[in-house]
Design a protein around this ligand. Sequence first.
Ligand SMILES: Cc1ncc(C[n+]2csc(CCOP(=O)(O)OP(=O)(O)O)c2C)c(N)n1
Ligand code: SF4
Length: 283
Amino acid sequence: MIDIKEYGEFNTSWCPGCGNFGIMDAVRAALSRQGIAPHQFVYVSGIGQAAKAPHYIRCNGFNGLHGRSLPAAQAIRLANTGLPVLVSSGDGCSYGEGGNHFLAAIRRNVNITLLAHDNQIYGLTKGQASPTTMQGHVTKAQPLGAPSAAFNPVAVAVAMRCGFVARGFAGDKEHLAGLIVAAMQHEGFALVDILQPCVSFNKVNTYAWYKERCRPLPESYDPTDWQTAMTTAATFGEEIPVGVIYREDKPGFETRLPQLAGPPLAARGRDLAAVARVLEAFA
Ligand SMILES: Cc1ncc(C[n+]2csc(CCOP(=O)(O)OP(=O)(O)O)c2C)c(N)n1
Ligand code: SF4
């Protein structure tokens, strides 16, 4: 257990009441419970309000381009297979600009955890519809209502048999912290899609809206049953199940590359003469 104060206190540019605060509290609690000190993990993000999360916690951080956090995170993990790697990314960043990286990360199954701050809107750029915005939702940029059907990331991840798929709610920090711990403990790519109110630009999916609908899965729920998980993942409307929706143990990408057997690449000595030979050969 690490003292929460170790992760620091920072001024943020988030609006008062933003769901990102609940997610950050849950991240701190999850790290503390696992005894992971600020220098012992890497926190990766792209661009957006969610992507500012690594700026507001003591950590090793990396900010990539919009939608490009997952490739960077996977590279970091493959270079240092002993290192916990967390990604915070908005629904636009993860499922819009980064949509193909999301699918590739599920297929590749590198051992990282994606925390998708899903506020069903583009927060940083002031409220345009994102891939998870509900069809018909009126925004400043879509005055006639969002014309496209909403993307369901949880259902897509389950359909692809992603090894760990959970849905959480930023308004229930204790439950969310448990999901983040379970995701980080999972061997392979883990998705936690987190319903996160944007109090400034999403006046439809508010705290009250989510609270009325979010139902924690019962103890008896079996997340290893794929058919049931598909039905559970597809449930999003008057009722929204939250918890670990699907899990499947399978070998991670790291076990499939012989080059990664043995100590992490980052801990191995560097052979600069070999690098010089490669440069010479291809220059
Ligand atoms: C390739 C690219 N497209 C668009 C933008 C402009 N842009 C920056 S943040 C953002 C939306 C962020 O929304 P989301 O990822 O949902 O995160 P949030 O701010 O809601 O946390 C957009 C469209 C950009 N920076 N790069
Ligand atoms: S605009 Fe929305 S997502 Fe961004 S800080 Fe404000 S409440 Fe949070």
